[in-house]
Write a protein of this length. Structure first.
Length: 573
């Protein structure tokens, strides 16, 4: 009789424990996530009275796959366009909350004398509330349609995006073992570069691909294709130095803009639930009762810091974002827990070996307690507002209400600055097409040049490399120099007077200089022509690109395709 593989036996034990616990927690009307954590504790080696998991490395590998699916599903649930339409209020509130709670976490760790990395990671964990737990709590309590619930979910989406940035920054700190500002700046610039590149290229290519093969797509093939794209981006992100979870999130956010997004989300959900359950069960395996008893004082202090910090500081963040006091308190009382990203950050810190062993079980214990109290804190918001309303002077309440009403007044078209709209449009054009040109130049110099050098002798290989690179970049160089120059805002400003025309010409000259710099870089790193000859070639190429009707049509066609792909889901709905 063949012997069963330990990993299969462990999976059977995990799923049995998870199934029993989820049924029990459903009966008790508690979040299922807590059932998974309790199941992990029961199946862990720390529980000597029950059968235990033996292949911890295999379970750890599966839990990493669970993180990938969780982040992929998170990316599928929102689109960048929805984020932009939310306005400034959620962005202001989320930024203020994250900054304030990070300081609370860092200060709390510092009080207990923990090392620097433990304090920073604790701050990151405390800054992120649980999207899954809050969403489930609002659903169970029938609050999904309330105004404050919509604002909370918008803030959570912003927090999830900033959490991805935070994960990249903390992993960079952990690897470099330093906190140099220049390294951090380079990491952020690298993040922005790849984020823009992947999003623009993905939005342009993936909807086109899905439309071409739509007649061949069954549920099975669509699921396999979506997972192939997800794990392909995971591999790419890992190769350029980002986490696998970040790559999954990016691909999810790209697919969220396609018309197949809802169907993909529906197909991926069962797979996500399976591997997500394994991830949360693996979290429960990290619970060590002895460590919890030993660190009971820090656990209680961190719980108090979350409760007080979120209810007081988050209220201030929502007030700063222009919300009425009652709405601000309802929002802040909903955020008094930590969840998925705290586990992910704790897992990352442990795997990188930069955080102490006690931090993980402490965070799990804090998360379990704050998850239990979430529904009660949501219900407590209205009575707490009644108390505050009685205590605060009337003139303070009136000032807060006036500030909120002033912040919520819609901005009319006449109040919007044409300069602001024009500069924002030009900035986006320069950013996107500069990133695309840099990516094409890098591909040609690192891959194209060695290949061409193997086919042709010098100096012809360098000349061909330079010309091919310029030809590939030409549509984007045209857009960099010309796109948006005849927009409604630009024409309005042009007709407004001589001073505005001079400024517009100055911005146009700046765009020409940036494009010329790209062309100069290409020839400088290939044929190395300098002096008057190099200057003449650069100017001739720039002049040809600017006034080329073929490139104009091609640039407009690329821009139209991108915008159609970006708005396709909204138009179909």
């Amino acid at each position: 009789m063949s012997e069963l593989e330990p990993l299969i036996a462990d999976l059977a034990l995990i799923l049995i424990c998870a199934g029993v616990m989820t049924l029990l927690f459903k009966k008790l009307k508690q979040p299922v996530v807590l059932g998974y954590i309790v199941a992990g504790f029961l199946a862990s080696p720390n529980m000597s009275y029950m059968p235990s998991v033996t292949d911890l490395e295999g379970i750890h590998l599966w839990s990493e796959i669970g993180v990938i699916f969780l982040l992929f599903a998170l990316g599928l649930e929102f689109s960048f366009r929805k984020i932009l339409r939310m306005g400034a209020a959620p962005i202001i509130a989320a930024t203020a909350i994250i900054f304030a709670m990070m300081l609370v976490g860092i200060f709390t760790g510092y009080v207990f004398g923990w090392n620097k990395m433990d304090c920073i990671y604790l701050g990151g964990m405390l800054a992120m509330s649980s999207t899954t737990i809050i969403f489930k709590a609002f659903d169970d309590m029938g609050l999904r349609q309330k105004r404050f619930a919509g604002l909370v979910l918008s803030v959570l989406i912003i927090e999830d995006i900033l959490a991805i940035v935070l994960m990249v920054m903390l992993s960079t700190m952990a690897v470099s073992k330093e906190f140099e500002g220049s390294q951090m700046l380079m990491s952020i610039l690298k993040l922005v570069f790849f984020l823009v590149l992947w999003f623009v290229v993905g939005i342009y290519l993936i909807p086109l691909f899905l439309r071409k093969v739509r007649s061949l797509m069954s549920d099975e093939t669509l699921l396999i294709t979506a997972l192939a794209l997800c794990f392909g981006m995971v591999v790419i992100a890992s190769h350029v130095g980002f986490s696998a979870a970040f790559g999954a999130f990016i691909m999810g956010s790209i697919l969220a803009e396609t018309v197949e997004a809802e169907k993909i989300e529906h197909l991926v959900n069962p797979v996500k639930d399976l591997f997500g359950a394994i991830f949360f069960v693996s979290v429960g395996m990290m619970v060590d009762v002895a460590l919890i008893v030993e660190y009971i004082v820090p656990i209680l202090c961190i719980i108090a810091a979350i409760m007080l910090g979120q209810t007081v500081l988050s209220t201030g963040g929502f007030l700063l974002a222009g919300q009425p006091l009652k709405t601000a308190m309802q929002c802040s009382f909903s955020l008094t827990q930590i969840g998925e990203f705290a586990f992910i950050l704790a897992t990352m810190g442990t795997s990188l070996g930069v955080t102490s062993d006690f931090l993980y079980p402490i965070v799990v214990a804090v998360s379990v307690f704050t998850t239990f109290t979430t529904p009660y804190m949501i219900r407590l918001a209205s009575p707490a507002y009644g108390v505050v309303e009685r205590i605060l002077p009337k003139r303070w309440l009136n000032k807060l209400e006036r500030y909120a009403s002033d912040s919520e007044e819609p901005e009319t078209e006449t109040q919007k600055s044409h300069w602001y709209a024009y500069l924002k449009q030009v900035a986006v054009i320069i950013l996107i097409h500069s990133v695309l040109c840099m990516a094409l130049i890098a591909l040609m110099l690192y891959f194209g040049e060695p290949f061409i050098s193997g086919l042709l002798p010098q100096p012809w290989a360098n000349v061909v490399t330079a010309l091919l690179t310029v030809i590939l970049c030409a549509p984007f160089l045209w857009a960099l120099m010309r796109q948006g120059s005849r927009s409604a805002n630009a024409m309005t400003l042009w007709n407004s007077g001589r001073a505005a025309r001079i400024k517009l010409l100055a911005f146009q000259l700046l765009r020409l200089v940036i494009s010329a710099a790209f062309v100069s870089y290409i020839f400088g790193h290939t044929v190395r022509w300098g002096g008057m000859l190099g200057l003449f070639i650069v100017l001739a190429i720039v002049f040809t690109i600017v006034f080329s009707p073929h490139l104009e049509k091609q640039g407009e066609r690329i821009n139209k395709t991108f915008n159609d792909n970006l708005t396709q889901r909204e138009r179909e709905e």
